[in-house]
Design a protein around this ligand. Structure first.
Ligand code: DP6
Length: 372
């Protein structure tokens, strides 16, 4: 599919008003997206676990504008409070997706959003937030098309696969990693020669066999630093332009994705750990070796990593970590070892978290529409 396939045939904007609610989770990349080309095209393919507990719920209320004009009209609320400083991000998103959703300038929108995780947790809400918003907007398009009596019955029928695909396509234009949040439990984004159907334009559900070792995998997120991100994702991805190791990094990501296919099939946890920890450290290595350079890990991030390695060596249990572009640590482990590992986290690692805060999450199955 190409971007052109997401430009709909014209339809009339007959609805006066309405409302939709979607809840969409965050995700954690195993093979990382770091570096992009124009129009949110990733420099390399990535794969993620969809999370379950960390999610955003968004309601969009829409009302036909009394007087049409050439601008977007919307208000945005987080936990009931008006947030005008979120507007530029949404405005940019609307500009990027306008050609794919031709109704955007015909309505005034009230966007009400809330996250299950605290805003100041250092956990980015862009993946869950942008995917929830994209789904709400797609629900409006679906309703407009289905209720347009000037269209033929065939033109009015809306395919579920197309709905998810276009929602993921739109979410990507809001934030790249958001296109991996709609489905579960594993999602691939970015073209990879071994993964049938993979695309740079949207995420797809991982199409191959997954071993039972990865069912219900746990992710305990240790909140080492709850401050604002030191490096925004825009600045971060930009660091890969003219980066001395960029080409090697993109090749490595492709190779790691190839390797993880076999690992996911056979349940080889040892190699799984090698791949994801290598990916996490490589992401940070890229930041440390770019110009300008950044160190996003904190002393406690390293304390935690060293403790995890020591515990793994002593017990033989399959505890591992991955990192985002920040200091927080995602501790990943299989469900069948969760009791012992959770005890270790509680007694040894929580002390390194800011105010002792952490979030218990696990693999989830994607976004859900909630009743109005
Ligand atoms: C380190 O998706 O936040 O989490 O497309 O600019 O919004 P934008 O970037 P974003 O980047 C996420 C980077 C990452 C790795 C990953 O999730 O794959």
């Amino acid at each position: 599919m190409t971007a052109q396939d997401f430009i709909p045939k014209s339809y009339s904007k007959n609805l006066e008003n309405g409302s939709f609610t979607w809840s969409s989770p965050s995700n954690i990349a195993l093979v990382k997206y770091w570096g992009k080309k124009e129009h949110q095209i990733p420099a390399n393919p990535s794969i993620s676990f969809t999370l379950d507990a960390c999610k955003t719920t968004t309601t969009i209320k829409f009302k036909k504008k009394i007087k049409l004009n050439n601008s977007f009209s919307f208000d945005i609320y987080l936990d009931g409070d008006k947030k005008d400083h979120f507007k530029p991000k949404i405005e940019t998103f609307f500009k990027r997706i306008e050609q794919f959703l031709p109704f955007l300038k015909d309505y005034h929108f009230v966007i009400e959003t809330s996250n299950t995780f605290p805003h100041s947790s250092g956990i980015a809400s862009s993946a869950s937030g942008m995917s929830a918003l994209a789904l709400c907007l797609m629900s409006i398009e679906k309703q407009l098309i289905e209720s347009d009596v000037t269209l033929s019955a065939v033109e009015r029928s809306f395919d579920d696969n197309y709905f998810i695909r276009k929602s993921s396509f739109l979410a990507r234009l809001g934030s790249g990693s958001a296109c991996r949040s709609l489905e579960g439990d594993l999602v691939v984004w970015g073209q990879h020669f071994e993964i049938t159907g993979s695309s740079n334009l949207y995420g797809i559900k991982y199409p191959f066999e997954v071993h039972d070792n990865f069912r219900n995998y746990h992710d305990t997120i240790l909140l080492v630093d709850k401050g604002e991100k030191q490096v925004s994702s825009t600045v971060g991805h930009d660091l890969m332009h003219n980066h001395p190791f960029a080409l090697q990094r993109f090749e490595q990501a492709n190779n790691n994705l190839s390797k993880i296919i076999d690992v996911l099939k056979t349940g080889n946890l040892k190699t799984f750990i090698e791949i994801i920890e290598n990916e996490a450290l490589m992401l940070h290595a890229m930041m440390m070796t770019s110009v300008p350079y950044f160190i996003l890990m904190k002393p406690n991030t390293l304390e935690i990593i060293n403790k995890i390695w020591k515990f793994r060596q002593q017990t033989g249990l399959h505890i591992s970590f991955t990192l985002d572009a920040g200091a927080n640590v995602h501790v990943l482990y299989p469900a069948k070892e969760s009791k012992q590992i959770y005890e270790f986290i509680n007694s040894e690692l929580v002390a390194y978290c800011q105010n002792g805060h952490y979030i218990c999450d696990r693999i989830g199955f994607g976004a859900k529409q909630l009743p109005i």
